[in-house]
Design a protein around this ligand. Structure first.
Ligand SMILES: *[C@@H]1O[C@H](CO)[C@@H](O)[C@H](O)[C@H]1NC(C)=O
Ligand SMILES: *[C@@H]1O[C@H](CO)[C@@H](O)[C@H](O)[C@H]1NC(C)=O
Ligand SMILES: *[C@@H]1O[C@H](CO)[C@@H](O)[C@H](O)[C@H]1NC(C)=O
Ligand SMILES: *[C@@H]1O[C@H](CO)[C@@H](O)[C@H](O)[C@H]1NC(C)=O
Ligand SMILES: *[C@@H]1O[C@H](CO)[C@@H](O)[C@H](O)[C@H]1NC(C)=O
Ligand SMILES: *[C@@H]1O[C@H](CO)[C@@H](O)[C@H](O)[C@H]1NC(C)=O
Length: 639
């Protein structure tokens, strides 16, 4: 290894750190390298690759830490000093066995790090991120035979088998019509464990139970945001679109592994997550309806802590639709569970809105009245008054009820207008984050205009159906997503944790289009996944899930927090579909810095770099860099 590696170490270290720091860090690097070798030798799980970089790809990098870099004289020095002169020529490609890697949800990591996780509490499905030294700093290859995904709306019903080569769900759930293998495709007939006859009929049944007009679950725009827990391949969410409802489908990577991967490949908003010990990453009072059909969650455990978490994210007057044997079976065990659940939800002040055909729908109170009328000492208790109901990143769940603010309680609700007026009507929660209605409106206007410009910039490269799954990595108030209202897309809005109070504003928006424009609806979902500190952590999603990533001043923020822009670029590459786009708007030196990595990232299928017009949100001299990722193949075929 010796000589060759030395040379490589030097170049990568220089690129990453600049020459000044180089010599002092060389020692640390060699030390780290030897620890790694030790660790490979002793504790790597059997069957895992000893090296991240694929064997057939030696020319691209001998060992996973090392990139082949070449030095180019040229670009003038910038804030980044001498390292700005270097162009990184290539990054190693990971082993094919990592083609579905989700770094923070990689269960082999728990095993390797010997983390103690309580399986009863589902801690093994919660996030455990690799420490810096354990990251695979390599590009994730697509599986053999990967094809550009089938576009929406056809993708609702079919995906390429080669893109997610796992057919065990089709076999296991064949009687429930989850999915069916059909030649080189996998089809989704719309069934689920609880709705073999199809999610569409089941949704109508729920609307009828609630006596909503025209059997339409949107209830004239009052129901807009839905959380589906234990969602399978997300057919429930897929069919809610016809009712103009956006659902976020949530499931862990459990025995039904790949269910969320299928949902995302289909173009349905979904994310990996679990009701375990940590709060869901959503602010309080964000969903009008929560749904669980045969979701295999024990709601009675730990004094109802999981049901109380659903209660936290439900709006005043929100519904919980529960379809499960306990709601109808007459055997003793199910009766006992049903009675215990009925008792628990009564103490939580929920009422039965309807119970019929194996489904029960509970409704949450509109005011604090019932909480106040409970006998002293009734469990579950109210959360303490200093509890921030909206804090949601890495917050341990508590078995308590989050009461409403005085304002919500006396207004008997959130004072939200129905959808679609919600999109442009400022939410009263703006007050809570100290933003005036004027600022909010200005933000919306700027983003409308910016998005138009971005689409013009991309025009030569895109078709009408190029985008379906979009992530706005710095969502602010959701203005970017709101501007995409005419497009058949959904947007995962991400907010850094130190700004997470803004997230509720995004939830309180809806859309601003008239009903006829809403067919095959674009929609908007908010989730925040990272803080500025955690911007260096990886997202809870599969590789190749997004068609477009939007990063507005993200890189500058990340760098201010002392995280690595390079790590973030590699993470973005992981999430980005082949031929997907990235829009980066940032300060000029940062854009120049990023441009040095485009070839190595294989983001040079198409590049556009323009100076934008100055607007109300501009921060000094900025540039808009839009790039397109190449479609390339992993080992053994050469890229
Ligand atoms: C896991 O959590 C449950 C519930 O809190 C507890 O009863 C059990 O003892 C824990 N198990 C371990 C191995 O810590
Ligand atoms: C339900 O109502 C919404 C308007 O609130 C409408 O856009 C949608 O097409 C309706 N869906 C069905 C299936 O009737
Ligand atoms: C629901 O139950 C009623 C009788 O209680 C029955 O008439 C109806 O067909 C059932 N509907 C469904 C969708 O199963
Ligand atoms: C999450 O919180 C726990 C304490 O509850 C802490 O030990 C851990 O470091 C935190 N993790 C992150 C990523 O902040
Ligand atoms: C949608 O937004 C535009 C401006 O952005 C506004 O003029 C229009 O009234 C809004 N429509 C609705 C239904 O709120
Ligand atoms: C969050 O952190 C970023 C980066 O340090 C900083 O620019 C921003 O002002 C912070 N936001 C808040 C609300 O503190």
């Amino acid at each position: 290894m010796g000589g060759r590696m030395r040379a490589r170490e030097k170049t990568i270290m220089e690129v990453a750190l600049g020459r000044k720091l180089f010599s002092s860090l060389l020692v640390a690097f060699i030390l780290a390298l030897s620890i790694l070798c030790l660790y490979y030798g002793t504790s790597f799980a059997p069957g895992l690759p000893r090296r991240g970089a694929s064997d057939g790809d030696d020319a691209d990098g001998g060992s996973w830490m090392l990139a082949d870099v070449e030095l180019f004289p040229g670009a003038p020095s910038s804030l980044y000093g001498e390292s700005a002169n270097l162009v990184v020529k290539s990054l190693p490609v990971c082993d094919m066995r990592l083609s579905e890697l989700i770094p923070c949800l990689d269960r082999s990591l728990i095993y390797q790090l010997k983390l103690r996780v309580n399986l009863t509490l589902m801690e093994h499905y919660e996030r455990h991120c690799p420490p810096a030294g354990r990251r695979f700093n390599c590009l994730i290859p697509p599986p053999v035979g990967y094809k550009v995904p089938i576009r929406w709306p056809a993708s609702r019903d079919q995906v390429w088998k080669a893109n997610i080569p796992h057919t065990h769900l089709a076999e296991e759930k064949s009687d429930q019509r989850w999915m069916v293998v059909n030649g080189d495709k996998i089809n989704f007939p719309g069934g689920g464990t609880h709705f073999h006859a199809g999610a569409d009929k089941y949704i109508i049944h729920i609307a009828q139970m609630l006596k909503f007009r025209n059997d339409n679950l949107s209830d004239g725009g009052n129901i807009r945001t839905v959380l589906d827990v234990g969602c399978g391949v997300a057919s429930f969410a897929a069919y809610l679109l016809n009712h103009n409802i956006i659902a976020l489908s949530l499931a862990p990577n459990d025995v039904h592994e790949n269910q969320i991967q299928f949902a995302l490949e289909r173009g349905i908003p979904s994310t990996l997550g679990v009701l375990g010990t940590k709060r869901l990453p959503y602010p309080s009072r964000s969903f009008e309806l929560a749904h669980c059909s045969r979701c295999r969650i024990d709601w009675l455990q730990r004094h109802g802590i999981l049901l109380l978490e659903l209660d936290r994210v439900l709006r005043p007057g929100g519904y919980f639709v529960y379809s499960s044997p306990e709601a109808y079976a007459t055997d003793e065990k199910n009766r006992r569970i049903w009675n215990a659940m009925s008792d628990l939800v009564r103490r939580m002040c929920w009422k039965v809105a309807s119970k019929r055909n194996q489904t029960v729908i509970w409704v949450k109170p509109l005011t604090n009245g019932c909480y106040m009328r409970r006998n002293p000492g009734t469990l579950p208790p109210l959360c303490s008054s200093d509890d921030d109901h909206d804090a949601a990143w890495n917050v341990t769940m508590k078995a308590c009820i989050s009461p409403y603010s005085k304002r919500v309680s006396s207004a008997k609700g959130m004072e939200l207008v129905s959808w679609p007026q919600r999109l442009v009507t400022p939410s009263h929660r703006l007050e809570e984050v100290g933003i005036s209605d004027e600022k909010y409106n200005e933000d919306s206007e700027v983003w409308n205009w910016r998005v138009l410009e971005y689409w013009k910039q991309m025009k030569p490269e895109i078709q009408q159906d190029s985008f379906r799954n979009i992530m706005d990595m710095t969502a602010n108030f959701g203005g970017f997503a709101a501007s995409l209202v005419n497009k058949h897309v959904w947007v995962m809005n991400v907010i850094p944790v130190n700004e997470s109070s803004k997230l509720k504003i995004i939830y309180d928006r809806g859309w601003n289009k008239t009903a006829e424009q809403v067919q095959n609806m674009p929609f908007m979902i908010s989730v925040f996944s990272t803080s500025a500190v955690h911007m260096c952590e990886s997202f809870s999603t599969y590789p190749r899930t997004y068609d477009l990533l939007h990063a507005w001043l993200l890189m500058s923020k990340v760098e201010k927090q002392g995280c690595s822009v390079e790590d973030l670029l590699i993470e973005m590459d992981r999430m980005l579909r082949p031929l997907g786009f990235v829009i980066i708007r940032d300060k000029v030196p940062m854009i120049n810095h990023i441009k040095r990595f485009l070839t190595a990232l294989r983001w040079d299928h198409w590049i556009s770099d323009v100076e934008p017009k100055v607007d109300a949100l501009s921060m000094g001299e900025e540039r808009v860099l839009i790039i397109r990722k190449k479609l390339w193949k992993g080992s053994p075929e050469k890229p």
